[in-house]
Write a protein that binds this ligand. Structure first.
Ligand code: ADP
Ligand code: MG
Length: 260
């Protein structure tokens, strides 16, 4: 195992526990799941290093920080444990709305439902959110789960219609600004979110989304009552701060030479 970790330049930092990581070296080492037969795995030969090292931890329910460059396969690294986690839950599809916030422009009929996501993936840009949604939607579909992408620069009403059509959407992939707007106007609730992913956390903070991200995380269940994964290419103090405030005993996996 150590030879594999060294050869793949994988560093695992797990300060509170003294566990031996058993990386997933082949897709058939994953727990049996109906996703495996039909999922994107069939096109890939072996898991990428971030997938190998993070899956045993994320699939066991741990909070995980993944530090890896672009193109290293992070989307599948978080999509698989996300969907596995959701498959073991049953969802309150929608709840009756309480009083609307004053700033809501929804009419009576439209506010019948609040979209109650079971999982949320926060992405720094519309393009990344759309790519992630496209990749996750396939896997989600195989599991009978729905996924919706929410981003700024597009019609809010169209996105509300989409949410209603999906009966709320199990998985929301979103940019921080639009998601925050939908939380404050009662379109979306994260009170039932059990799985939270911050993708490209360093870029989100660089783009000035720190307050939005904190607001979003603050509307999720307490950190002990959800699983939180965070992916980032770099490890500056601001990103460390997010991990300290919003994750429980995270294990940190770094791919490639040094932790920046
Ligand atoms: P990142 O989020 O780290 O930038 P992506 O998740 O977008 O990377 O993956 C980059 C590309 O690698 C995608 O085209 C994806 O389909 C592909 N990919 C993911 N996992 C594997 C794998 N195990 N083997 C081969 N290609 C993979
Ligand atoms: Mg990515």
């Amino acid at each position: 195992i150590q030879d594999f970790l060294t050869a793949q330049e994988i560093t695992v930092t797990d300060p509170s526990r003294n566990m031996t990581l058993r990386p997933v070296l082949k897709f058939d080492q994953l727990p049996p799941s109906r996703l495996l037969a039909k999922g994107p795995f069939k096109n890939f030969t072996v898991p990428t290093p971030i997938q190998s090292a993070s899956w045993p931890l994320s699939l066991s329910g741990r909070d995980v920080i993944g530090i890896a460059e672009t193109g290293s396969g992070k989307t599948l690294a978080f999509s698989l444990p996300c969907i596995e986690a959701l498959q073991s839950l049953s969802k309150p599809k929608s709840i009756a709305a309480g009083p609307l916030p004053a700033n809501s422009r929804l009419n009576k009929m439209e506010r019948a439902d609040v979209a109650q996501a079971l999982a949320v993936v926060v992405s720094p840009t519309r393009e990344l959110a759309m790519q992630t949604h496209a990749a996750m939607a396939d896997l989600a579909g195989l599991a009978g789960l729905s996924a919706v992408c929410l981003y700024g620069g597009a019609s809010k009403d169209d996105q509300r219609v989409l949410l209603r059509k999906k009966n709320g959407a199990d998985i929301i992939v979103a940019t921080p600004g639009r998601l925050k707007d939908f939380l404050s106007d009662g379109t979306v609730s994260l009170a039932s979110a059990r799985f939270v992913v911050l993708d490209e956390a360093d870029r989100m903070l660089d783009k000035g989304f720190e307050d939005d991200v904190k607001e979003i995380l603050g509307q999720c269940p307490a950190r002990g009552e959800r699983q939180t994964l965070m992916f980032t290419a770099t490890w500056p103090a601001s990103v460390r701060g997010l991990a300290e405030s919003f994750m429980v005993d995270p294990v940190k996996i770094t791919i490639g030479g040094k932790t920046k």
